[in-house]
Ligand binder design. Structure first.
Ligand code: ADP
Length: 200
């Protein structure tokens, strides 16, 4: 079918209707940071806190997506860009469903994060920067990936031989070397409350 014959359908139940029913504003909490900076840990803990408050959420996590939807993609620059683009489109669909979406991907390039930000409504994208120093991440090294990267067994590893471009104006910045899990979670929840994403 020709591309111009594909049209976006407007359904009877809108995003606004779904958000109202769920008593929350849809949002994408985009966690970005080095490997072992705490993205999965904090995103998981924030999701649990939101769930306990009665909110509707969905967490998209790095490795899980690469097992399925993006299993055809590798770690070249081109594939990393496509990986984030697809995740962004998927997050947008979940947000359209009225959910608070949490994503935990290194997403090292500013232009990719900008691309996702531009896909959704202006106040829907909440960039959560895990500002944990590389030295701390490397010391944690829960999966031994930094060790492998240092030995040259993994190429293009972010922070070692591939760049991480830190956000310039993230909505929330967390340094897990300085605050524990519950403090980081509280900081994210506070942002959601003050920006009227949740009212609980
Ligand atoms: P990422 O998803 O960024 O790769 P993970 O959450 O998988 O990071 O790993 C972070 C590691 O750091 C975990 O082993 C976690 O237990 C540990 N950690 C120690 N202190 C903190 C903290 N304050 N916040 C988050 N993680 C922490």
């Amino acid at each position: 079918m020709e591309r111009e014959n594909i049209v976006w359908h407007l359904h009877k139940v809108s995003k606004a209707d779904r958000s109202q029913q769920k008593k929350q504003r849809s949002a994408i909490l985009w966690f970005t940071g080095l490997s072992a900076s705490g993205k999965s840990t904090i995103a998981g803990a924030v999701e649990q806190a939101l769930f306990e408050l009665g909110h509707h959420t969905y967490l998209l996590d790095g490795d899980n997506v690469r097992h399925g939807l993006n299993k055809d993609l590798g770690f070249s620059d081109e594939d990393r860009v496509e990986n984030i683009r697809r995740i962004g489109e998927m997050a947008k669909l979940f947000a359209d469903a009225g959910l608070i979406v949490l994503t935990a991907f290194i997403s090292p390039f500013r232009s990719d994060r900008r691309l996702v930000r531009d896909l959704v409504e202006a106040d829907e994208f909440v960039e959560v920067y895990m500002d944990t120093p590389l030295s701390v991440c490397e010391q944690r090294d829960p999966k031994g990936l930094y060790q492998k990267a240092r030995r040259g067994e993994i190429k293009n590893f972010t922070g070692i031989d591939s760049e991480y471009e830190a956000p310039e104006a993230a909505e929330v910045t967390l340094n897990t070397a300085e605050c524990d899990v519950s403090e980081c979670v509280a900081q994210v929840i506070e942002y959601l409350r003050t920006h009227n994403i949740i009212h609980t």
